[in-house]
Design a protein around this ligand. Structure first.
Ligand code: ATP
Ligand code: MG
Length: 461
């Protein structure tokens, strides 16, 4: 029998009898999704009870004083990928459900298969793929050197068959690749639909909490870059990680958008190579390698990627324009902010760049949306305009205001330690809050109040 569905808006929650492209209640486009009616949901949960693979949440039904509960068995374990452990808040938690999202081909399956190498040394792992055959998985595992007898693979999309296999093999860790390909018999809607994604995640959550299996779920992302499926999906799971990166660059960044067991301000940096993903423990050094010496138009700054300071090189090219309207482009930087900084440079720095084309680029495919990069952007622009190189041992950190004043930035101490660690000897910083910094014996701070002073100190202009 066909399951009855109703339609609702994922933005405002209003219900409709029919699908429409636009929500009539809140006016949002493309937010109407279907879900089974209450009666159908009741039917599906009773069907699950009949099923011998039915799973209930762990714990007994009686409320207990919190002091009687013990956390001794609440184990964290290492995944073998230091960068992933860092993002998870110091390792994966037993019985948690982690959702990993990312663009197509970014390396989600590779990351999950690679952690199996370590996970298999302490227990069994079941890798379920709805996207690749068992032979294809074996080929990939061989390439990544993760062939281990504790690693079980299954090419399956039916959730009840997967649960059966879980009960048979009793793995410590279950990996689902991907949630959009899985389907539950309880619903008649196709895999990947809102109802199916929600139902499958709910069942996997019960498995994680009830049986203490750690579940990693891979999720596709939609065109806006968030995980495809209902908004509630992110509320249901314990951790949401996003795997990001430029298709054309080999660097990949893993970020936590939500973590019930740790902070969300940590990032992990990886590099995609032939043998899979390699951890980049020292991203600053990698990003700065190959930096040109004594070339005009480049300046190094220190950005905070989550809680981690990362050095980034900003390059600028300024040339007289051949057009009526000069061309302005910026890669990895906010276009409007760059335009504003150019206006400040002209008005407060006295450089006539309004009749020049200007190109800005952040090396390594990084994207810097922090105001702390302002000063380095302006120094790179001025260096290119004046054709005067910036010293190769100099970095710049600071926000620039519309009057050309320099403003302090957060975590300046941490940033300067990173600058010093990478062997820089000078750093231009805002005047405020930089007089009492300690532990910077090998770094000369050039403390300035305005952009004019900064250009004078760095380029002699
Ligand atoms: N034989 C190979 N040699 C080198 N690199 C490879 C090889 N096969 C795949 N890769 C790299 O791995 C990437 C694909 O990784 P992976 O399949 O893990 O991505 P994914 O995020 O799971 O993709 P999808 O969303 O399609 O499942 C490719 O873009 C490529 O860079
Ligand atoms: Mg994949």
């Amino acid at each position: 029998m066909k399951t009855k569905t109703s339609f609702y808006c994922t933005e405002c929650g209003n219900e409709f009898p029919k699908w429409a492209g636009r929500c009539m209640a809140c006016g949002a486009w493309n937010t109407i999704a279907e879900r089974p009616t209450e009666a159908a949901v009741r039917r599906s949960s009773s069907a699950r009870k009949d099923n011998r693979t039915a799973i209930s949440l762990g714990g007994n039904r009686k409320a207990r004083p919190i002091t009687e509960l013990s956390t001794a068995e609440e184990l964290r374990f290492a995944t073998g990928m230091g960068e992933l452990d860092r993002v998870l808040g110091g390792g994966a938690v037993k019985g948690s459900l982690v959702l990993v999202g990312g663009a197509p081909g970014i390396g989600k399956s590779t990351l999950m298969l690679q952690i199996c190498a370590q996970l298999c040394s302490t227990g069994d792992v079941l890798y379920v793929s709805g996207e690749e055959s068992e032979h294809q998985l074996k080929m990939r595992a061989e390439r990544l050197h993760v062939c281990n007898s504790n690693l079980y693979v299954l090419s399956e999309t039916n959730l009840s068959d997967i649960l059966e296999s879980v009960h048979e093999n009793k793995p410590n860790v279950l990996i689902i690749d991907s949630i959009q390909t899985m389907f539950s018999d309880a619903l008649d809607t196709p895999p990947g639909s809102i109802g199916q994604v929600k139902e499958c995640t709910m069942t996997l959550m019960q498995l994680a909490k009830g049986e203490g299996v750690t579940v990693f779920v891979i999720g596709h992302v939609n065109k806006e870059g968030s995980i495809a499926g209902p908004k509630v999906l992110e509320h249901m799971v314990d951790c949401v990680l996003y795997f990001e990166g430029d298709q054309h660059m080999s660097y990949r960044i893993l970020r936590a958008a939500k973590n019930r067991f740790g902070a969300t301000n940590e990032i992990g940096v990886f590099e995609m190579a032939d043998k899979g993903l390699a951890e980049v423990a020292n991203p600053s050094e990698t990003l700065l390698s190959g930096r040109p010496q004594d070339a005009p138009g480049t300046c190094v700054t220190c950005a905070m990627e989550g809680a981690r300071p990362v050095l980034a090189e900003i390059q600028a090219l300024i040339a007289p324009t051949a057009y009526a309207n000069p061309r302005r482009t910026s890669n990895g930087l906010d276009y409007n902010r760059s335009a504003m900084l150019m206006a400040v440079l002209e008005k407060r720095g006295g450089l006539k760049i309004s009749n020049c084309d200007a190109y800005l680029n952040v090396i390594g495919g990084l994207s810097l949306d922090e105001p702390a990069a302002d000063l380095a952007i302006m120094i790179a622009l001025a260096s290119s305009y004046l054709d005067a190189p910036v010293g190769s041992d100099l970095a710049a950190i600071g926000e620039v205001g519309l009057t050309g004043e320099l403003r302090s930035v957060q975590s300046i101490g941490q940033r300067l330690c990173e600058v010093q660690r990478l062997g820089f000897h000078k750093c231009v910083v805002p005047w405020q809050k930089t007089d009492k910094l300690t532990g910077l014996d090998n770094l000369e701070l050039i403390r300035v109040k305005t952009i004019g002073q900064a250009l004078q100190a760095v380029l002699g202009k």
